[in-house]
Structure formats: structure tokens, C-alpha cells
Design a protein around this ligand. Structure first.
Ligand code: HEM
Length: 118
């Protein structure tokens, strides 16, 4: 079922959404520091692949598991929520349908336990 992938605007819509989210994160003093040493172009690529993959699109995410990639990054529940706020600002900017927002948020919530480690 690729309906969520479709509702997010396919690959191009997902890439735009992730670009906007990363720009909002860069402006968020609560969490921007986490990404200081990160190659943002590479992260954008990995995020776009991952979301395309988990929403039923024709992509295969080949990056690290969430537990592995966030290990040692000291990410708190508040950090996680702050990232979700940036995603919600990106949803607004892109006119993402509310039903698609909720479905994507539910998929991301499943990763919470592997990402938050503080
Ligand atoms: C549902 C929420 C999240 C998802 C789906 C997600 C997804 C990802 C993905 C796909 C990668 C790339 C892994 C790779 O390159 O192999 C990554 C890396 C990273 N994530 Fe997350 N992440 C989430 C939450 C967070 C939060 C809340 C923070 C910190 C505030 C964070 C900080 C980072 C950092 C700093 C990296 C890059 C590490 C490096 O430079 O190698 N992530 N994330």
C-alpha cells in the first residue's frame, strides 16, 4: 500500500518536506547543536530514502538502524518532541493533508524508543 507515499507527494514531496524540516531544525536552538558535525546533505538523503521506504514508496533505506545511528547522541524526549515540532512546521509549509501527517507521525513514534537515550 503506497497511499501514504502518494499523499506525501511521492519522492519529490518527501524531499521537500525533509529539506524544510532540516531548515526549521537549524533555527531551533534547543536541538540545532546536535547536528553541528553532521553532513546535512547526506542526512537529507538518508531521511528521504527512509521515509520513502517506510511509507510504501519505491525506495530502499540503506542507512544505519535507528538504534545504531543515534547511540551516544544523548537525545532526550524533549529533543525528540522538538524535532517533531520542526516536522509539523514543515507539514504546514507543504500543505500536507492532516491524515497523512498523522499516519507519518505514528510511524515515527514507533522509532522513539530506539532514538531517545537520555
Ligand atoms: C523519528 C525521528 C527521527 C528519525 C526518523 C531520524 C532518522 C535519522 C536517519 C535516517 C539518520 C541517518 C542514519 C545514517 O546515516 O545511517 C539520522 C541521523 C542522525 N540523527 Fe536522527 N532521526 C530522528 C530523530 C532525531 C533526533 C530527535 C535527533 C536529535 C535532536 C537526531 C539526530 C541525529 C543526528 C545528529 C544524526 C547524524 C549522526 C551523524 O552525523 O552520523 N535524530 N537520523
Amino acid at each position: 500500500d503506497d497511499s501514504l507515499y502518494q499523499d506525501l507527494g511521492e519522492r519529490q514531496g518527501i524531499e521537500q518536506l525533509m529539506q524544510d524540516m532540516l531548515l526549521f531544525i537549524a533555527d531551533d536552538r534547543r536541538i540545532a547543536h546536535h547536528f553541528r558535525d553532521t553532513d546535512i546533505a547526506e542526512l537529507h538523503q538518508q531521511l528521504s530514502d527512509q521515509l520513502c521506504d517506510i511509507t510504501g514508496g519505491p525506495c530502499v533505506y540503506e542507512g544505519e538502524e535507528m538504534l545504531e545511528s543515534h547511540k551516544g547522541l544523548e537525545i532526550s524526549r524533549a529533543d525528540f518532541n522538538a524535532l517533531v515540532e520542526s516536522l509539523q512546521l514543515a507539514f504546514d509549509e507543504n500543505g500536507t493533508p492532516v491524515s497523512a501527517q498523522n499516519r507519518l507521525l505514528a510511524l515515527l513514534a514507533e522509532m522513539h524508543g530506539d532514538i531517545v537515550n537520555r
